[in-house]
Write a protein that binds this ligand. Structure first.
Ligand SMILES: Cc1cc2nc3c(=O)[nH]c(=O)nc-3n(C[C@H](O)[C@H](O)[C@H](O)COP(=O)(O)OP(=O)(O)OC[C@H]3O[C@@H](n4cnc5c(N)ncnc54)[C@H](O)[C@@H]3O)c2cc1C
Length: 311
């Protein structure tokens, strides 16, 4: 191993969501110099949600923000350094890994844990890109209160979508859920809460197919998936939150074995490349929750430490 290389670490963790944070805590606690390269903020997807549910030992009314702060505090306790960098890819150079980032800086490590999660899908419909930041929103707890007394639309029918819809309903004149299937695909807990609200409109078997507006949203086009009939809805100054699924952030990882775009790992969270581990939602797996991301991060953090002992 070259000793005089700048930016040389034991383990570089890409992504500071629950998986990356957990991996960092475990590697650092075992005496290894672990850093996180995070393009936005610590917390990841869960840091932006209105409330964190079902993860054990969270506080009553735990918000994404309060959860994110807990992760930051725990990383600070373990002295994990966090660098704001967008990772573009990595390669193996002699016996270490070289990580390339958008700023042009280069980082080196003996091992890497890829924990950079997924990105929410876009609708890819006319008007969507142009209205980002002018009604197309990403963060319910930050942006929801900007739409008090307005119409708010949530696209999607799974748990995340319905949980955010329930939260956003408190601000909205009307809260519409647009979902392409016949029924919402959410758990009874959220279904029951939704049924108690009186400003909810459901557009089932429907897709949002066009958004009109310039500086703000004016009209929406909704298409019935079966009959193909089209409805135009007046929605002046409305907000739209999209939860239609997510794609893995694996564009820079084409040298890895992928499964449906997600990283294939073994039970130790090892990828097909020596010294490269992965954890969390970016991995090929069935259940994507904070609990499973933290589990993956734990397993990766411990196994990367065991690997470092051997080299
Ligand atoms: C609306 C919604 C509500 C949810 N609510 C819950 C809940 O209540 N309870 C629960 O258990 N689960 C919930 N989930 C699921 C949970 O958020 C995820 O399973 C969890 O966040 C996955 O963690 P992760 O660390 O694997 O990835 P992520 O949270 O996606 O974190 C990945 C991190 O990597 C960073 N990153 C991405 N690309 C790069 C790059 N190239 N370079 C550097 N950094 C990068 C991102 O900025 C991000 O911070 C919810 C999901 C959604 C969408």
């Amino acid at each position: 191993m070259e000793k005089n290389k700048k930016n040389m670490y034991d383990v570089i963790i890409v992504g500071g969501g629950p998986a990356g944070a957990s991996a960092a805590v475990y590697a650092a606690s075992r005496g290894y110099k672990a850093i996180i390269l995070e393009k936005n903020e610590i917390g990841g997807t869960i840091g932006k949600v209105s409330s964190v549910t079902h993860y054990l030992s969270v506080d009553k009314d735990e918000t994404g923000k309060s959860f994110k702060e807990k992760l930051e505090n725990q990383l600070a306790v373990y002295g994990v350094e966090i660098f704001k960098e967008e990772v573009l890819g990595f390669c193996t150079e002699n016996s270490f890994k070289k990580v390339m980032v958008k700023s042009g800086e280069v980082y080196y490590a003996k091992s890497i844990i890829l924990a950079n999660g997924t990105t929410q899908k876009e609708l890819n419909i006319p008007g969507e890109k142009e209205l980002v930041g002018k009604g197309i929103c990403f963060n319910p707890s930050k942006e929801g209160r900007n739409y008090v007394g307005k119409d708010i639309f949530v696209i999607g029918g799974a748990d995340g979508a319905i949980k955010e819809a329930i939260y956003l309903a408190q601000f909205a004149k009307s809260l519409s859920i647009i979902h392409f299937e016949e029924k919402l695909g959410t758990i009874p807990e959220f279904k029951n809460k939704l049924e108690k609200l009186d400003n909810i409109k459901l557009y089932l078997q429907s897709r949002l197919t066009k958004i009109d507006g310039k500086d703000y949203i004016q009209k929406l086009e909704i298409t019935d998936v079966k009959t193909k009939s089209v409805k135009i809805i007046e929605a002046e100054g409305a907000a739209i939150f999209r939860y239609i699924g997510a794609t893995p952030n694996t564009e820079g990882y084409q040298s890895l074995e992928l499964e449906g775009g997600f990283i294939k790992v073994d039970t130790k969270m090892k990828t097909n490349i020596e010294g490269v581990f992965a954890a969390g939602d970016i991995c090929s797996k069935d259940i994507r929750q904070v609990a499973t991301a933290v589990y993956d991060g734990t397993v990766a953090g411990i196994n990367v430490s065991n690997y470092l002992k051997t080299i």
